[in-house]
Design a protein around this ligand. Structure first.
Ligand code: SF4
Length: 682
């Protein structure tokens, strides 16, 4: 017997343990290799690993992208230096690196350091992201640094970091099975982070009540004690409503509130204007259903699983604040099997932020705005660090558009496929004087680069990544990079040496040494096994330190009902299917995922199908004010009338055509999770 989608490609000569390169769960893998190729991937069955004996379809099958013919195997540069007219041709490493250094320094000298930006990677290691942001800050002198986690709303989590000093990141997935109640908000872990869904299913089978809040009837909703089929973007109201009902029932943990929080009176006052009838109207939920959920949660410590339906939505920031309030008033934060379980997409989205690959954060997530924290870095790095935040990913595109940005160095990201308004992004990037792409696969973005530096994925290098629990996991090479490709840390080390200012590291261990010294949260970073991030702010240690680290409540914020849009009467909800991750740059290069022959159907409700004469398999155009998606339809009973589900990652990730390129960090940004559309038969 063999797994359905297994193809015989040889017998592994050796097997090594590594960490999955896809999502933020960070499963342990046993990678079988022969002839310097990964040919087989299975669970590593390691004690204390996050996944034990399980893997999802991506982890199991999609790693064949590592052997893709689209891998870069040599540095490349434009034949005559003309981005628009010349082809990319292989060049020697020395020539490629010299060219990068020469052009970056020319642009810096002519236009200043703020004319250069760096886009780091939510898929590269901690050590690489640390080096990358250090090159930007120390050798170029700019805070214009971000990473691909921006696309998934990572920067919005700052509200939780600031309120709790990172203390919300103490939740362990295994503790979900010990929960008293689990509230799942805007998350479909069955598809986005499948191994998390295994924990949730086991918890449900053990009798832990699940409340699933999602407009769609997800697979977990079928196991839930209560499914709240909420109107998209109104979770904030529901959180306020639940907090208000629990307060009314006196179902809050007054000992916890008194000992670890401040501002409860003001928070209570904010809740006093909450009317359940109004919340029922805004959320499209029966008042009795909301009360039923509050009754189920009463007196319990709650594990709250938060997905991208919350983080990326219009009211994401406020909703995260309201979830924190609920977690505080019920005394859930910091309790075993309770607190906040914030999901992330890419395998090192959290580590990239921890390492300072962000425009407003230094390593250790220290805010540039915090004078005390910032002022120690000139001593560490022997250079001045500006307190002014740099450009985030969307603002980099805007700055390229308006001519303020002249050069962009992109490591392991594909903004042309991942961002909304791809044509606009392409035009903006083509206005730049110089683009460096350091990556493993040819991509939409690489095609417009001036220089390609061929990097290596996790299976071909040494490094570490940090998962959603704060588990720091190290890995070693299973095979060596193909052709002339190099581990990304080595490329950055060579580049830094050419840019001057400091001795090369020459080993991952030396980079780790520096991280361990300068980033106390990463004191346990080492070459073997795993450690845990140490969130050492006063508030993060509130359980031990009591009144020294009081956590304040987020203001109670209300929203208004959006008026109906007669031109675009449907609501499109974009989300993952388990076969693709993120924009699908890597999974679409997997032959085995391709063998599943998936169309990424657009889901519409049977009622809408009947009303518009649309049948299974018909082709439809889903159009927003920004762009369109054309795909086959599947009628899905999990959807309400006037809701459309558009899976991401398929068809060059055209789902992002539906959104505008708004800066998600700005209040009022509509976010990239739902939008108004019309649906027509093609
Ligand atoms: S759940 Fe995530 S980390 Fe685990 S195998 Fe699947 S993609 Fe990889």
């Amino acid at each position: 017997l063999s797994a359905k989608n297994t193809q015989y490609v040889g017998t592994p000569e050796r097997e090594s343990v590594s960490i999955c390169g896809f999502c933020s769960v960070g499963c342990s893998l046993a990678m079988g290799a022969t002839d310097n190729r990964i040919i087989d991937v299975n669970p590593a069955h390691e004690a204390h690993s996050v996944n034990g004996a399980t893997l999802c379809v991506r982890g199991h099958f999609a790693h064949d992208f590592l052997n893709s013919p689209h891998r870069f195997i040599s540095p490349m540069a434009r034949k005559n230096g003309d981005q628009k007219n010349d082809e990319l041709v292989p060049v020697a490493w020395d020539d490629a690196l010299d060219l990068v250094v020469q052009r970056l320094l020319e642009i810096k000298n002519k236009n200043g350091p703020q004319s250069i930006a760096f886009l780091g990677s939510s898929k590269c290691s901690n050590e690489e992201n640390y080096l990358f942001q250090k090159i930007a800050r120390v050798q170029i002198g700019t805070n214009n640094i971000d990473n691909g986690g921006y696309i998934f709303g990572q920067s919005r989590l700052k509200v939780l970091d600031e309120k709790t000093d990172g203390g919300y990141r103490h939740s362990r997935l295994a503790d979900l099975e010990k929960a008293e109640a689990i509230l799942i908000l805007g998350a479909d872990p069955n598809h986005s982070v499948p191994v998390v869904s295994y924990y949730l299913k086991r918890a449900a089978h053990r009798g832990v009540p699940l409340i699933v809040v999602d407009p769609r009837k997800t697979e977990l909703a079928s196991l839930a004690a209560i499914w709240l089929s909420i109107k998209p973007q109104t979770d904030l109201e529901l959180m306020n409503g639940l907090a208000s009902l629990l307060h009314e029932k006196k179902a809050y943990d007054s000992a916890f509130v008194d000992r670890y929080t401040e501002g409860f009176s003001l928070f209570r006052y904010g809740l006093s204007s909450t009317e359940i009838d109004r919340i029922s109207r805004l959320t499209n939920l029966e008042a009795a259903a909301i009360s039923g959920a509050a009754e189920l949660l009463k007196g319990k410590k709650i594990a709250i699983v938060i997905g991208h339906g919350i983080i990326q939505q219009k009211y994401g920031l406020h909703t995260l604040g309201a979830v924190l309030n609920l977690s505080l008033m019920t005394g859930s934060l910091g309790s075993t099997g309770a607190g906040m379980f914030v999901l992330a997409k890419e395998n090192n989205q959290l580590g990239a932020m921890d390492m300072g690959a962000a425009p407003d954060l230094l390593p250790g997530r220290q805010s540039l705005a915090n004078d005390t924290a910032r002022k120690k870095w000139p001593h560490n790095w022997k250079t001045h660090i500006s307190p002014d935040p740099g450009l985030n990913m969307v603002r980099m595109i805007e700055a390229a558009e308006n001519g303020g940005l002249k050069a962009l160095y992109i490591m392991g990201e594909n903004p042309l496929r991942a961002l909304p308004e791809p044509d606009r992004v392409k035009k903006a990037l083509q206005k730049l004087d110089f683009i460096v792409v350091q990556d493993i696969l040819n991509s939409e973005t690489a095609k417009i680069a001036d220089v390609i530096l061929p990097g290596a994925p996790f299976s071909e290098k040494e490094g570490s990544v940090t998962n959603i629990e704060g588990r720091i996991q190290s890995f070693s090479p299973v095979v060596s990079p193909p052709g002339k490709a190099k581990p990304d840390w080595k490329i950055l080390d060579l580049l830094a040496a050419r840019l001057g200012n400091g001795d090369p590291y020459e080993s991952v261990e030396k980079i780790r040494d520096e991280i361990r010294q300068l980033v106390p949260q990463y004191a346990s970073l080492n070459a073997h096994g795993h450690g845990w991030i140490k969130t050492n702010g006063e508030k993060a240690l509130f359980k031990e330190q009591g009144a020294n680290g009081l956590i304040s409540y987020y203001p109670v914020v209300s929203t208004e009902d959006d008026p109906p849009d007669n031109d675009y009467p449907f609501t499109a909800i974009v989300g993952s299917l388990r076969y693709h991750l993120g924009s699908g740059t890597r999974t679409q290069a997997s032959g085995r995922i391709g063998d599943f022959d998936l169309a990424g159907h657009i889901g519409i409700s049977p009622q809408d199908g009947a009303g518009h004469g649309i049948k299974n398999g018909d082709t439809v155009v889903v159009r927003s004010q920004f762009g369109a998606v054309i795909r086959e339809v599947r009628l899905e009973t999990s959807l309400h009338a006037c809701h459309v589900f558009v899976p991401t990652g398929f068809n060059d990730n055209d789902a992002m055509n539906l959104f505008g390129l708004s800066d998600m960090t700005k209040p009022g940004s509509p976010g990239w999770k739902t939008c108004q559309v019309k649906v027509e038969k093609a």
